[in-house]
Design a protein around this ligand. Structure first.
Ligand code: THU
Length: 159
């Protein structure tokens, strides 16, 4: 009887080259995500949140490759509070950016929070296919996208 014995050392050098390339690509992608998350975490440290005590930081990656950040800014007149996401978008747009690839949102609680409806609509204004990375204080990550969180955005009927 002929048995084929699995022998990892019998693989061709081409196989190892392909595995190495995939490994490098995956690591590069991970590094990009980590850079965005780190920027969002850093921005969350500047949050002004004396009322809710929830510090939020957002970092948005533009298609030009630049990262813009924002944090939540609360107000004694609660309704004037601005979320971290909208501050990040404002920061980016004020620098001439209008197209985005991904946003990372880090908050200071142990739970992952999803952006509010208002922020989702503002993000939709600029990027219909935005990747969204949500991160808790302990580093738990939830990856999603704008279409999943806002399946039926408002659009001008005549546009
Ligand atoms: N907040 C954000 O900054 N982003 C979100 O995605 C949800 C909520 C802020 C607003 C407020 O300062 C605090 O979190 C509690 O609502």
């Amino acid at each position: 009887m002929n048995f084929e014995i699995y022998n990892p050392t019998s693989r061709s050098s081409g196989f190892y080259l392909r595995v190495s390339i995939v490994y490098v690509i995956l690591n590069l992608m991970k590094t990009d995500e980590n850079i965005l998350i780190d920027a969002a975490r850093k921005a969350s440290e500047n949050a002004y949140a004396p009322y809710s005590k929830i510090k939020v930081g957002a970092a948005i990656l533009s298609s030009s490759g630049k990262i813009y950040t924002g944090c939540n800014i609360e107000n004694a007149s609660y309704g004037l509070t601005v979320c971290a996401e909208r501050v990040a978008v404002g920061c980016a747009v004020s620098q001439g950016e209008k197209d985005f690839i991904a946003i990372a949102i880090v908050n200071s609680t142990e739970k992952i929070i999803t952006p509010c409806g208002a922020c989702l609509q503002v993000l939709y204004e600029f990027s219909k296919n935005l990747q969204i990375i949500l991160v808790s204080a302990s580093g738990e990550i939830y990856r999603t996208n704008l279409e999943s969180l806002l399946p039926k955005p408002f659009n001008f009927p005549n546009k």
